[in-house]
Design a protein around this ligand. Sequence first.
Ligand code: ADP
Ligand code: MG
Length: 977
Amino acid sequence: MDAITQSRTSTGTDVHRLTADDALRTFGPGDRGLASSQVAELLARHGPNVLREQARRPLVLVFAAEFTSPMAILLWVGGLVALLAGIVELGIAIVVVNVVNGVFGFWQEYRAERATEELKKLLSGHVTVVRDGEVREIPTQDLVPGDLLVVAEGDRIGADARLVEASDLQIDQSALSGESRAVHKDAGPVAEDLPAAQLHNMVFAGTSVMNGDGRAVVTATGMATEFGRIADLTQSVREEPSPLQKELGRLTRQLSVLALGLGALFVVVAVVFVGEPWARAFVFGLGMVVAFIPEGLLPTVTLSLAMAVQRMARRHALVKKLSSVETLGCTTVICSDKTGTLTQNEMTVTDLWVPGVWYAVDGRGYAPEGMIHRQDPVATGSTTGTATTTDDRATVGPAGAAPQDTAAPLASTAPQDATATTDPALRTLLEAAGLCNNSAVRPPAPDESRWTVHGDPTEACLLVVAAKAGLDPEALQRERPRLRELAFDSRRKRMTTIHQADGRRLAYVKGAPQCVPPQCSWIVRDGVRREMTEADRAEITAVNDGFARRGLRVLAVAVRTVDVVADPATYTVDEVERELTFLGLVAMEDPPREGIAEAVATCHRASIRIIMITGDYGLTAESIARSIGVVRGADVRVVSGTELARMSEEDLVEALRGELIFARVAPEQKFRVVATLQSMGEIVAVTGDGVNDAPALKRADIGIAMGRTGTDVSKEAADMILTDDHFASIVTAIDEGRGVYDNIRKFLTYILTSNMAEAAPSAVFLVSRGVVPLPLTVMQILTIDLGTDLLPALGLGTERPESDVMDRPPRPRSQRLMDRRVLGLAFGWYGLLEAVFALVGYLVVNVANGWPAVPFAADGELYARATTMTLAAIIFCQIGAVLGCRTTSVSLWTIGIFSNRRIVWGIVAEIVLLAALSYVPLLQGVFGTAPLLLADWAALAVLPVAMVLLDEVRRGYVRHQGRVAEREAPAVAPRPR
Ligand code: ADP
Ligand code: MG
């Protein structure tokens, strides 16, 4: 690619030719990073680290588009025809209506766009840098050349940078070079001038870290980066319309064709059978067409989706595409991680075990306050028998070593306080745990009370327990400097650091208790190092299972002396992580998140399944899953990663029908679970945080990344990001997603309703062959459709989700927006009632005048009064309809008649508009209206009340039917697909 040129910094020197140390000195202010005082100046010189914004569609064009849509053109033509036919007032009115409608549409689109822009800001990322000698998170846009960037697995690289440190670094450069294979990077100098993408000591903006970690000095930011140079090419992707938007487009077209057909029919019938003059018939037909085309549908729906997205953002769920909102509403299965999503990811070590001795730890949270008590092994043993009821695995190995229940032994034994000094084995275990560690624990800020952690809580709690034992992990790190890290990855589930300890080099290994002991050949027991036996392994398993059954997360820790002479960079996993010496187990508690049981229960009520997929151990997973209600049945199947790998597709499908948990699975395996669920017809939401979760996140119908702990790669692959990492936020989002869809249907019902009421008078006119003059003039029809209906309809789009949306099963994805229910309600119920009331209004005025003795008034004051009554009746009935449309089955009293402020204001506005039409002389002339009398208003006021009451009766009946259906249904009804 031509755009990728050789790497030069802004100073013009080839940074890739230097050694890492020189690069660090020349381009960065050493390993303490930039000083804050330098940053402002650099930022001013180089500008913020952002890509130039793609030129947005100029607002004028967006505005103009509103006036050139097919429907707008139709109106222009109509206006022109009216003017040419000499009906000047109508012509002008149509033009005005067109302008108002266009401005309104523009306003809606503008607001929707603004909402989306806001969201993009929330989505912009952060990077880790060293500044003032401290590791810090800063917004990506604040990066400046010279910054010392810290990158780790899953990070998106924020700027072009020269590596000064790298361990096992693999970079996905596909954004830059199109090559999908991850490339190896290191910090060594490159003597040649190669194309940028081939420089193995440079990392580039827009690429991401697939493995390993490193540090790099920023050489270029913003548009000066390699990515910036090609960005112009890639920025032109436009967002696809969502399925819902597409369906609405289709619907609008269909309804428009229908409207045109009806309009044409009207003209023909009016001319041929009633003998109307062509021009009048045509203009009227045109008015009907305009009224029937649901022009406001698409912008209103876009706006209500955008507003839902905004609401969801406030409730910790950032949706990246509008279309995800609707998919959320169809979700049938959530595949969720355990750690951090269902649990707090706030770890506290509660138990420690070195071969033969069990310790319990006091204190919760990250404050290093609490004692470590040695538990009498005999006392422990005595509880084993009682606590173990169903599972005989617990008694494998020396029973005396399997702790079952903390409370009992703590009470039954006189605990001996232990510090690291009293037991060398404990000391070694905690030293190893403290050194094989990338986290930091920070004391509370002056105005706070909580200790906080930086990094992985699984590691941070190890520092805390080391401190509780009287060790100082920081001092230890200085004493035994780290030479190398073999980073944790979720496949081998281990992590190793290699340290210089006096004349020796020690490799400390920690990881899952199924993944470390197999690599151990030695064990230290009672101060003696000896070869590990099968009995030792069985004992470790038994102790681990005991912890796991209490829902604890367990890590195994081991150590090994490694080759002193080797270059630290050459150590490999295979070479180091073998023939280890087992040191002990660390068990930590990770309490379920607050409100999690309620969220899980809500999912179950809403017929949404939850499948836990975790890298953690089966017993731990099951214990947590049970405690929060994710699984409830007696025979829950726990499928491990190895088992899953061996399973045939049919077996997996079969297993997925029942209650199950996936444990000790690699993130890659999530993809298969998701794909299989989808093949079973499920709509799958899946959570993930690591780089390896990306395929599953992309495959899922809704990929959900974690905002706090998730990697950039996972966030990019996801459709939704949880800013609080909380499972409950998924449930909230589904609730909103269902609500929005409901609202769109409500909105649709409402706008179709008035069409029926508008068409009925014309039908009467045609059927009576003109004996009944048009009870509603074309101007009046337009008034309703493009005037009074607008605001209340908009209010419906913002209706809060009904209280029972989560008591229903998910909507099948195949469900059409405009189905029989919507049509039935709009035309067969609200529309019919309105038509009747409107014609009654029309009749009443004529009857008062002496009809049927006197024929219907066809013009003059009386005709104006009669049509004004028809118009007013429809408007007042629409008040009843808009209230009725607010709820599907719940009573209007329950949700509160006036609880939607927008609707209330919409109603007020339409009454004011009606009053203006009826009393302002100028408008009277244009719209053919006449002043309403006080008695008229009184009669009109009855209409919405009547509508609402009738509707309540209908809803009561619907609820009753629903209950009957429920009673008659089998106990476990199969979910509708
Ligand atoms: P999950 O977060 O679902 O528990 P992970 O893939 O993060 O899954 O972790 C899998 C297992 O790897 C954990 O159960 C634990 O035993 C081990 N593990 C997790 N984090 C670390 C770490 N920092 N160092 C060593 N082992 C770890
Ligand atoms: Mg994890």
